[in-house]
Design a protein around this ligand. Sequence first.
Ligand code: CA
Ligand code: CA
Length: 437
Amino acid sequence: MNTPRCHARVIAGLVGCTALVLAVTTTGAAQAHGRDAARQTLASRDGWASATTGTTGGAAATHDRVYTVTTWAEFKAALAVSGTAPRIIKVEGTLDADGADCSEFAVPGYDFDQYLADYDPAVWGYEEDLEGEKATAGTQEYLRNQSAAAQAKAIKAAVPANTTIIGAGRGAGIVGGSLQINGVDNVIVRGLTLESPLDCFPQWDPTDGDTGNWNSEYDAAVVYNATHVWLDHNTFTDGDHPDSTLPSYYGRVFQQHDGELDVVRGADYVTASWNVFEDHDKTFMIGNSDSAGATDEGKLRVTLHHNLFRNLVERAPRVRFGQVDAYNNSYVAGADHSYSFGIGFKSQLFAEKNSFTLPKGVGASTVLHRWNDSPLTAQGNVVNGRQTDLIGAYNAANPTTPLASGAGWKPVLRTQVDPAKAVSRVVGRGAGADRLR
Ligand code: CA
Ligand code: CA
């Protein structure tokens, strides 16, 4: 029941939910559409997505542009309806984006056993050829690529401007799909469980690392060169297919996952609130290349608040370029924890009043990882319930590659900020797809 209308009740204690509804209405969040979550807009000052024109998604859709979908085909049809007038798509139940199994996408002649035989390192080796050509080449690689294109076409869904996509009822979500919020403005995604796509056709790259790697495409959601995007109360998960269930070939994990969420290539004004990101390796990337300054410099402004990051390996998120405000997020690390915040090229992370729960034997120095020496601000954070200087902890463990303090900016687009020690409880009971209603 921790809707945005009510969650402050948890913090304020004495303030009733009814009073909050009135307060929020007067500040413009729910507007004239009452309690219908599909008609909600992002509240004023709620993170970077509230900047400039704000984020209204499809809230103002006329009745003929409100669609309820129960299959992936219906969902894609609703997205494809022409025009950029506001639209609302209500997702009922689980949409299966990737069909029964991978054979649906394989083109004639593609044979995985033959692929494995052709590119076995004992046969193919690990080096690039003399021309520096593509790492793998030949018939099976060509057919793999064709098959991958068929899968991409099936599982990618392009989200148009001025759209709200919202789960209708418990258990609403998408399995194996990839939401492409690409080159558009004003999108809201709420109340969906998004189970990571499985790439049916990972590519073997013998030149990746010393002993090669299997690389995959497809994030559950991508914000690419898009603006004013509010991702709220979603659950991003590997579901029934965690990496631990994946096979190995050539001694390397047959990695079929990419990220849970990417915000890249000039994307700007994004707020991610009350989501769960769980059970994944490389989870959340803001900026995907150090050489993307032409599109990313001055952009990639993202606010993360009241998200639960649970049982992840790394990138929660990894940041390049952006002024990223991360406050009041709860991190619950598992045995595979590597790091949480990746400090990347020209990143400007402001991390305040987050809560980290680390397992025994894992130190506070692992919260941060330095990819580049970009200064950040980290203050008021707690690790296992104790106030902790994250930069100090990192620097004590990494004296030759220290991180500097001072992100160089101060977030102002915030609504309710909770005490750090309340965060794990407040987020634990408020975050995720099924907590929207
Ligand atoms: Ca399926
Ligand atoms: Ca990706």
